[in-house]
Ligand binder design. Structure first.
Ligand SMILES: [Zn+2]
Ligand SMILES: [Zn+2]
Length: 158
């Protein structure tokens, strides 16, 4: 192990620094919100963030969480992930560009590494248009759901 685990205090300092660099005051709720994104690289809806904050003892009105998420997005700390469902989910913007796999059965989202890493990774020429981003959504069945489906099919076959 080359990477030393940062103490909680050092982690908090890092989060505060990120908030300041983004031009936001580092209040406790904002630090906790950013911690959720940095600790576990997930994809969160504003509602999930509202409950995750509640579990950490940060009890905020839903509207305040929505506002904070919006501020983070505008300041480039997090980005909105296009999962094509109309539901807004967000992820840490510090991660390299990647694509997403969405399970059509359970809805879970998994990151798929992008070979090219910079945007756009696919560039089609359209007259006079500047393509800034190409998003690929892979859809199918995740490992668990494939397993479940196989299980139920084999029962039917018998
Ligand atoms: Zn699934
Ligand atoms: Zn992602």
């Amino acid at each position: 192990m080359t990477e030393k685990r940062l103490s909680l205090r050092a982690q908090t300092e890092k989060l505060r620094a990120s908030l300041k660099a983004a031009g936001l005051r580092s209040t406790l709720p904002r630090v906790q919100l950013l911690r959720i994104f940095r600790e576990k690289k997930g994809h969160y809806s504003a509602d999930e963030l509202h409950s995750a904050l509640g579990e950490r003892g940060v009890l905020l009105p839903r509207a305040s969480v929505y506002n904070a998420v919006n501020d983070f997005r505008k300041r480039g700390l997090i980005r909105e992930v296009d999962i094509g469902s109309g539901k807004a989910v967000f992820e840490d913007a510090e991660q390299a560009a990647h694509h997403h796999f969405i399970c059509r059965s359970c809805g879970q989202i998994q990151d798929i590494p992008c070979e090219v890493v910079h945007s756009p990774c696919i560039d089609h020429s359209i007259n006079y248009a500047r393509i800034e981003e190409a998003t690929i959504i892979f859809r199918g069945l995740c490992r668990e759901c494939r397993y479940l489906e196989r299980g139920s099919n084999s029962k039917e076959a018998i």
